[in-house]
Design a protein around this ligand. Structure first.
Ligand code: SAM
Length: 338
């Protein structure tokens, strides 16, 4: 692509993601199969306006998510299948959160935040921190937690790949801090049979037992869900994982979380921080975009390895190694007690 084409594509990026959002939000993507359906049939089933639905489907076709045949007939494409709820690595949850109304609204504050030197547009827009909003708003809470599982489905294989040669035999009890519904923890437990696991979460996230992966994966005897606040106290364990946790918080808040883990853990404890790690200045990376989202959404940021080493140092930990999967999208920063 030429510079002109690349720029043009970026200017209209939001149009594309909003077209896709509407297609998923209205249930159109989930309704389509590999056998083509007439627009009138889809409109009737989903109670939508047939003529406007046709135009949306045509645009989705232009983006590659559906296939259009003559006679206003549509079927799902292989790219479209990635957005279906039941796809094994579904991206549906991520799309519904990141293009949904709450996250859409916060981006408009970006220029002002940078002018004023004050981040966290979520607070400015909704008058409370994102996690308080999750607690208060049932619909957003469901979307947020599904998105976290969607992210975890994407990341878990990468983490297992990055840690494939790591010796887990010395770890008997692993704790996932802010582990959502437990997709990552349960996948670690099902790969390493000798370990037991504890997941620390806010009550609202783990109160509905039906959503938890330990029961879905038959791991209830080795996986314990504990309600708590990582800023106050964390459970005892000999290894800890924190995936997409530190990026939510500023350095001072991260040091508090890491210090609490340091206090509660065994003498030879290990820590694994999983994040989108900011690369060197010459290398474009998704972390540099996610960092702007964190500027809008919370008090956090994405960090370089040096920045992680510094908060480790200030909370009693020492950075020993960074493990990357082949894709390099995320990395696992390993620490031990100093
Ligand atoms: C960005 S999400 C990451 C979830 C999960 N680790 C993942 O990667 O899919 C942050 C998680 O931290 C949890 N959390 C926020 N504040 C917390 C606190 N004070 N104590 C424990 N968990 C907390 C949230 O409920 C949420 O599930």
């Amino acid at each position: 692509m030429s510079d002109f084409e690349k720029t043009f594509d970026i200017i209209f990026g939001r149009w594309k993601s909003q077209i896709l959002y509407a297609g998923v939000k209205l249930g159109i993507i989930d309704c389509l199969t590999s056998d083509s359906k007439e627009v009138s049939e889809i409109a009737k089933k989903l109670v939508l306006d047939e003529s406007l639905l046709y135009r949306l489907l045509r645009a989705l076709g232009s983006l590659g998510f559906v296939l259009e045949e003559s006679g206003h007939k549509f079927s799902i494409s292989s790219q479209g299948k990635l957005l279906k709820k039941d796809h094994i690595q579904t991206l549906q949850g991520i799309l519904l959160l990141e293009e949904g109304p709450e996250h859409y609204q916060i981006w408009k504050h970006l220029p002002t935040m940078i002018r004023d030197g004050k981040q966290n547009a979520f607070f400015k827009e909704y008058g409370c921190n994102l996690f308080e909003y999750v607690y208060k708003n049932t619909e957003y809470s469901q979307i947020f937690n599904e998105a976290m599982t969607s992210y975890s489905k994407l990341h878990t294989n990468m983490i297992l790949e990055a840690l494939a040669s790591y010796d887990f035999s010395k770890i008997s009890h692993i704790c996932d801090i802010g582990g959502g519904h437990g997709f990552l923890l349960c996948n670690l437990l099902s790969k390493y049979f000798h370990m037991k696991g504890t997941l620390l979460e806010l009550e609202s996230v783990i109160s509905n037992k039906e959503l938890l992966w330990a029961s879905k994966m038959g791991l209830e005897d080795r996986c314990n869900y504990e309600v708590g606040d990582m800023f106050k106290q964390v459970p005892y364990a000999d290894a800890y994982t924190l995936k997409m946790i530190l990026h939510d918080w500023n350095d001072e808040e991260c040091i508090k979380i890491l210090s609490n883990i340091h206090t509660s853990s065994s003498n030879d404890a290990k820590i694994f921080i999983i994040e989108h790690i900011v690369t060197n200045p010459e290398t474009p990376h998704f972390s540099k975009l996610f960092d702007i989202h964190m500027m809008c959404a919370l008090s956090g940021r994405e960090r370089t390895i040096e920045e992680f080493s510094s908060i480790f140092e200030q909370s009693g930990w020492k950075h020993v190694k960074t493990h990357y999967p082949h894709s390099g999208i995320i990395g696992v920063i390993e620490g031990i007690k100093k």
